[in-house]
Write a protein that binds this ligand. Structure first.
Ligand code: WT7
Length: 660
């Protein structure tokens, strides 16, 4: 049973895993008492806490006030100015980290590249100058449609250095999805690559971008990195608009035009850093906006404590750069800590299921941060794969993206961590910017399936609809009770939606969209989304997005998307479709609809099952009853009240729809 549906049994989970005494002895936070004292100070005396915890960061003007807020809006580190990239790069150049590896990159075909802090800084300065050369100024938006290559990190940091907010679009998104995101944020420049490797074949990113670019009036220039090479991909360069990455960079040096020692411009603490689109409960994705100082402080402090990061660690976060985890825990958090980060372009099972373990062995990874859906796939592939590799360098394991079910937790603990490495489960969201809940390693014991305790500056609650606290063990809505530095400041050009989605659901608190329980030890157990958002194999997908994509197909009259518990993916995506009169519902249409989703959103959002039906269950007021569809998709009896259902006969018919 996947985690989201076994909360009752989870609460009976009695196992406690105390961190290894050797780990505790060296841990940054070595006891529950130390954690509690820090947490208390972060809430009671935030000025003192954050002043101390951010001394390592480079402030050009120190902040005067820690925060000012009038919900839903908040400012942090008021009065400060900074250039975030100085904290991630420049500050390391005067220390022994100058020649330390910042990025250890491995490509899918097996090629590799290491960039020291010195080299990464130099590349970023150069790319920033080249962006300036293209006309990019502070405040301009830059879209990035790239895969897991070192240049994507260079691109993000170069934008940050100029104060030009980036919007990274996951390379699995389709041309249409890219187009909509570019248009929503009004990007002036697009950075992309000829193609990306995906399990031995090439995803033609530039060709897809070309389709998007037919309808993106704001984009003036396109820079194309050659990742694949001439033989395998055909790239058409549009004269006057498109430029190859290397030519673009060579326009600005190396030479006297680039003064690497020159300090970059300083920006206000609240200067926008990036826009990242994520799914919500309507068909339109939300452009989550993060700003500079609060975000940096949040990712810096959490990277340091949650991963107990040291200078001699080799840290690997397996997330894609196109999601927030890639932003916060491949780029900004680890680099602000001066860490060595492994970055891997490929898939876990290509050319075989040993690839991840081989990366760990060859690079001597000490801290691994991955997702439960990957862990469950490894369990299925078999213990023999990790057994073939030397994983003894590992000292800490992290999990993110969805609840980690006890079975996956135990396997991770036993087979990967050899019962020696603490597991830190981390709960957070695109909107929270940094990790909010965790089983802080070395400080607290873990309970398989629980995401632990709130981190510094975070005050959470589990509440009922009107905001009253639930009692221990009682299920409710997970909320955050006061603003925190790395929280999203708004949704791009949609402040109203920001207010309505997060701050207007329950009075005066931030609503996460998740359901949770808090147990007697104050440990939190996150059940999963309770809004119209699905988490499919770690990908956040809005049911409304899928539905609006489906109804845009000429044969479809109506569609409803729901999640079905799935052993591997957490949830699988099931859609119920009614066709227009005269259209034939059959295998061919199923294929056409799957291809239509690929085109409108991207392959990762392809439904696991498409079921045709004559009618959808609706209330008398015409609202689709997703709750009933969920039960039917799960293959069970429909639970609860059906008295508001307009036509009871619909249910029997729906159950009879073909399963595939
Ligand atoms: C949603 C946020 C956080 C970065 C990756 C996903 C679910 C995330 C956990 C966890 C239980 C989790 C929640 C959350 N989630 N981590 N450790 N335990 N659930 O970011 O795409 O913004 O999705 O992922 O449902 O709301 P995202």
């Amino acid at each position: 049973m996947p985690p989201t549906d076994s909360i009752e049994s989870l609460l009976k989970e009695e196992r406690r895993f105390h961190p290894d005494p050797t780990f505790v002895r060296h841990a940054r936070v070595g006891s529950h008492h130390a954690y509690a004292a820090m947490h208390k100070q972060s809430l009671d005396e935030p000025e003192i806490f954050w002043r101390e915890q951010t001394v390592d960061l480079v402030w050009r003007t120190p902040w005067k006030t820690f925060s000012e807020w009038k919900l839903p809006h908040a400012k942090f580190f008021v009065g400060a100015t900074l250039n975030l990239t100085e904290s991630c790069l420049d500050r390391h150049l005067t220390t022994s980290r100058r020649t330390k590896a910042a990025l250890v990159w491995e490509g899918e075909p097996g090629d590799s590249r290491t960039l020291t802090y010195f080299e990464l800084h130099r590349e970023v300065v150069r790319a920033a100058a080249a962006l300036t050369d293209l006309g990019v100024k502070a405040g301009d938006r830059v879209a990035i449609y790239m895969g897991m290559v070192p240049e994507v990190v260079v691109a993000m940091l170069a934008c940050a250095r100029l104060g030009a907010p980036h919007s990274v679009v996951f390379a699995g998104f389709s041309a249409e999805a890219l187009r909509d995101r570019i248009n929503d944020c009004g990007a002036k420049v697009l950075l992309t690559q000829d193609g990306a490797w995906r399990r031995g074949s090439v995803v033609p990113l530039k060709a897809m971008a070309d389709v998007a670019l037919q309808q993106t009036p704001t984009v003036e220039k396109v820079v194309v990195l050659r990742r694949i090479g001439r033989g395998e991909t055909q790239v058409v360069m549009k004269h006057g608009r498109d430029v190859w990455w290397d030519d673009w960079l060579s326009r600005v040096g190396p030479g006297p035009s680039l003064d690497h020692a020159k300090a970059p411009p300083a920006f206000d603490a609240e200067h926008p850093l990036f826009v990242l689109y994520t799914s919500g409960s309507t068909g339109k994705p939300k452009g989550v906006l993060h700003t500079t100082a609060g975000y940096l402080a949040g990712v810096h402090v959490t990277t340091k404590y949650v991963f107990d990061l040291r200078d001699d660690d080799t840290y690997w976060c397996t997330a894609d750069i196109g999601w927030v985890t890639g932003h916060s825990y491949i780029v900004y958090g680890p680099l602000s800590c001066g860490a060595t980060c492994v970055m891997f372009e490929g898939a876990p099972n290509f050319p075989d299921w040993g690839r991840f373990w081989s990366v760990i062995e060859r690079h001597g990874v000490t801290v691994l941060y991955t997702a439960p859906t990957a862990i469950r796939a490894f369990i299925r592939a078999g213990d023999e794969w990790p057994a073939r590799y030397d994983l003894s360098s590992l000292r800490l394991l992290g999990s993110v993206g969805e609840p980690i079910n006890p079975e996956a937790w135990m396997w991770y603990h036993r087979v990967v961590g050899k019962e020696r490495c603490p597991i830190v489960d981390t709960w957070w969201q695109t909107e929270t910017g940094s990790i909010m809940l965790a089983t802080l390693p070395g400080a607290v014991f873990a309970k398989p399936g629980s995401t632990g305790l709130p981190l510094f500056g975070v005050e959470v609650g589990v509440v009922k609809d009107r905001g009253e606290d639930c009692s221990p063990g009682e299920g409710g809505k997970l909320v955050v009770k006061r603003p925190w530095p790395s929280m999203a400041r708004t949704l791009w050009k949609d402040d109203d939606r920001y207010l309505k989605t997060y701050w207007d659901v329950i009075p005066n608190v931030y609503f996460t969209g998740d359901g949770a329980r808090r147990d007697e030890d104050d440990y939190l157990w996150v059940v999963g989304r309770i809004d119209d958002v699905l988490n499919v194999a770690g990908h956040r997908i809005g049911t409304a997005e899928i539905e609006s994509a489906l109804v845009s197909h000429p044969s479809v009259a109506e569609a409803a998307a729901v999640g079905r518990p799935d052993e591997l993916k957490g949830h699988a995506l099931v859609v119920f479709v009614t066709v227009k009169a005269g259209q034939k519902a059959g295998k061919e249409l199923k294929e056409a609809l799957a291809a239509h989703i690929d085109k409108e959103i991207g392959k990762f959002a392809r439904p696991d099952s498409i079921r045709f039906t004559d009618a959808l269950p609706k209330t008398r007021s015409g609202k689709i009853m997703r709750r009933l569809l969920k039960d039917i998709a799960a293959g069970g009896e429909t639970q609860g009240d059906t008295s508001t259902l307009e036509d009871l006969g619909v249910l029997a018919k729906l159950r009879a729809t073909e399963e595939d």
